[in-house]
Ligand binder design. Structure first.
Ligand SMILES: NC(=O)c1ccc[n+]([C@@H]2O[C@H](COP(=O)([O-])OP(=O)(O)OC[C@H]3O[C@@H](n4cnc5c(N)ncnc54)[C@H](OP(=O)(O)O)[C@@H]3O)[C@@H](O)[C@H]2O)c1
Length: 317
């Protein structure tokens, strides 16, 4: 049985941290990375240690995985994770994959710190995690942030377009019932826009790869069957789990396994070594939405996130 922190396999020379590695895309990315070669040690950053340990076992990664708790809806949990990672004595950290995500459609919820939950988990928690881990990243290292094409209204994904007025507004948890039936999905697409605004701003602050750290964003494409629809009404959940996966012969319907292999390639493949500040649809570099390149929104998001997360992002220059 894997331990919450384990001694790394002596063949391991680099560590990758993957958030949300207990299921779906994060799990498949861990699996693919461990299959590349024995040089990778993977930290499964999960919110439930017991499930994480079961996942580590199923990855057959004896000595090749560590399980550490990071609940992205709690800034305290993220601080604890950063401290645990610092003292774990693992090989140098060369990759951080910000993958965990939620879609909350049954009404607005709050994070442990009182922020709107989708914004807190999908963006703010990852912002705090990256800022906390930055001085522990070896050089070179790669940060990959998982976004979604649902952030881009021009992609016609069937999801409501993001609505970004200010990060302050996004962080506020509505006190009453949702004003529109689509509010939860809109919060999700807006959080995926935040992923891109954050990725591009972080890349600029890290000197567009010159610091030795690259930052890219990733769209895994549609992966029905994953846990993302767990808050959907029962019929939609059933369709997501059992019906949509039958449509994998369509080019726009993929699987977590195939996308996980592509995500892992962004982490290990030498061809992406110096690539930074880009958005990948699978492994194809594409433009993201017009709004995602908006420097004013990126700066507003950065400054507000610094204040809300209580981290000093000015250190990142
Ligand atoms: N599925 C799609 O079609 C699709 C399309 C585009 C983009 N994406 C993106 O892909 C990423 C992975 O999604 P998925 O489809 O693989 O969904 P998933 O199977 O639900 O995986 C999401 C992961 O995030 C974790 N998570 C949720 N809340 C967390 C929290 N508070 N703290 C820490 N971890 C938390 C979950 O952990 P638990 O198991 O403990 O809940 C789970 O491991 C997300 O960023 C999503 O936006 C998915």
């Amino acid at each position: 049985m894997a331990q919450t922190t384990t001694q790394a396999d002596p063949a391991a020379t680099k560590t990758a941290i993957i958030t949300g590695a207990s299921s779906g895309l994060g799990y498949e990315c861990a699996r693919a990375l461990l299959r590349t070669d024995r040089s990778w040690h993977v930290v499964l950053a999960v919110r439930d240690a017991e499930r994480g340990l079961a996942v580590a076992d199923s990855l057959e990664g004896e000595g090749r995985c560590s399980v550490m708790c990071a609940d992205l809806s709690s800034l305290e949990s993220i601080r604890n994770f950063v401290a645990q990672q610092r003292s774990a004595g693992l090989p140098p950290t060369r990759a951080l994959v910000c993958n965990a995500g939620v879609q909350v459609v049954s009404g607005a919820s709050r994070s442990a710190d009182g922020f709107e939950l989708t914004f807190a988990v999908n963006h703010l928690g990852h912002f705090a995690l990256v800022c906390g881990l930055l001085d522990q990243l070896a050089r070179p290292a790669r940060i990959v942030i998982v976004s979604s094409d649902t952030h881009d209204p021009e992609r016609r994904s069937g999801m409501p377009a993001p609505r970004y007025i200010s990060a302050e507004e996004l962080a506020k948890a509505p006190s009453g019932p949702d004003e529109e039936a689509t509010s939860g999905r809109r919060r999700y697409t807006t959080s995926k826009l935040c992923n891109l605004l954050f990725a591009y701003e972080l890349d600029r602050r890290l000197g567009q790869g010159r610091s030795g750290i690259t930052v890219n964003a990733f769209n895994p494409g549609l992966m029905p069957g994953s846990g993302l629809a767990r808050d959907y009404p029962p019929l939609q959940r059933f369709a997501w789990r059992f019906v949509l996966p039958l449509l994998r012969f369509l080019p726009q319907v993929g699987s977590a396994r195939a996308s996980g292999i592509r995500l892992a390639a962004l982490v290990h493949d030498p061809r992406f070594e110096r690539v930074s500040g880009r958005y990948f649809d699978g492994l194809r570099e594409v433009r993201s939405s017009k709004d995602s390149y908006d420097r004013e929104k990126a700066s507003d998001l950065w400054q507000t996130s610094e204040r809300l997360a209580g981290v000093d992002g000015r250190l990142i220059r």
